[in-house]
Design a protein. Structure first.
Length: 313
């Protein structure tokens, strides 16, 4: 087994439903991990749970104890602030460090951040994830990676610990480009699936059976395999990913299309629907509640008759 002294020292910023488990996996793999969160109690709880994790009081302190810092934050602006604030990471880093950003961020902000860091001798890799909270907990994340080959090689062992696959898509920003497009397609798929199930339910079909048919047919998707039975038909609507974050990623993708001069009429129409759903459902709700909004618009509840008739467990 590789000794801790030969491994790079790791910092981790952002310890929510994704970041906390990811940092824990690195500690279990033998890395010395310094963590920081805006809530000190969160950092301390993680340190108490893992022998290899140390809670740090400031961002600069994390940087001083880290060769590679991993960020898992809401967007690229927050990442930029964490790096360049007066007491941010840059104030504690030494030349030769590396920023590994696993957030879902704007590619153009990522490139701007990296350009500023390059002048200080600090490399950057963007590696946003797919896999949701369960993927972070099970170390089954899929990483979409952008960056120079040498920098990607430095972080690949970390990605192998935290996930099951990593795809190097191109230069810096390519990972964040892929991430927003992945979530754009997912959002449109969820919208179309919910509408189809609502129409079928109104027409007398059981949405549970409809979902099973889709999973064996051409309409099958990640949504039908992991979301409809698990979040909708049981009426839990409890996916931890937030609707407003999905809408944010859709916006990044559509801004990217505009930047590239590519019309995106389907995606733009979908964005307007998600904006209406976000306004109606309110801040902080689960992405699953997009389906509740569809139900309200169509005046159809997507509920399985078989599920209603099943005895309570």
């Amino acid at each position: 087994m590789t000794s801790q002294s030969t491994l790079p020292r790791i910092g981790f910023i952002g310890l929510g439903v994704m970041g906390g488990p990811m940092a824990g996996h690195l500690a279990k793999a033998g890395y010395a991990v310094s963590v920081f969160d805006t809530l000190p109690s969160v950092s301390q709880a993680l340190a108490d749970a893992h022998a290899g994790i140390s809670a740090r009081a400031t961002l600069a302190e994390v940087a001083r104890h880290s060769d590679i810092v991993v960020t898992m934050l809401p967007n690229g602006r927050v990442v930029r602030d964490v790096v360049f604030a007066s007491d941010g990471l840059l104030s504690g880093w030494q030349s030769g460090a590396l920023l590994l950003d696993t957030s879902s961020a704007e590619p153009w902000i990522t490139r701007e951040t990296a350009a500023r860091l390059e002048g200080h001798g600090i490399a950057m890799v963007d590696a946003p994830v797919s896999g949701a909270a369960w993927g972070a907990q099970a170390a089954e994340l899929v990483f979409m990676v952008g960056g120079a080959e040498a920098a990607v090689d430095r972080v690949r062992p970390l990605l192998d610990v935290m996930g099951r696959a990593a795809f190097h898509l191109g230069p810096l920003g390519a990972g964040h480009t892929m991430k927003c497009l992945n979530n754009l397609v997912t959002a449109i798929t969820l919208t179309a699936t919910a509408e189809g199930l609502a129409i079928g339910t109104r027409a007398g079909l059981d949405p549970a059976v409809m979902t099973d048919v889709m999973n064996e047919s051409t309409a099958g998707s990640w949504i039908t395999r992991t979301h409809i039975h698990q979040r909708v038909l049981n009426r839990s609507f409890d996916d931890p990913f937030k609707l407003e974050l999905m809408l944010k990623d859709m916006g990044i993708a559509i801004d990217l299309a505009r930047e590239q001069g590519v019309p995106a009429p389907i995606s733009s129409a979908g964005q307007q629907l998600w904006q209406a759903a976000s306004l109606a459902r309110g801040p902080g709700v689960s992405v699953s509640e997009l389906v509740l909004w569809v139900e309200t618009q169509m005046q159809v509840e997507i509920r399985s008759t078989a599920a209603q008739e099943a005895p309570a467990s």
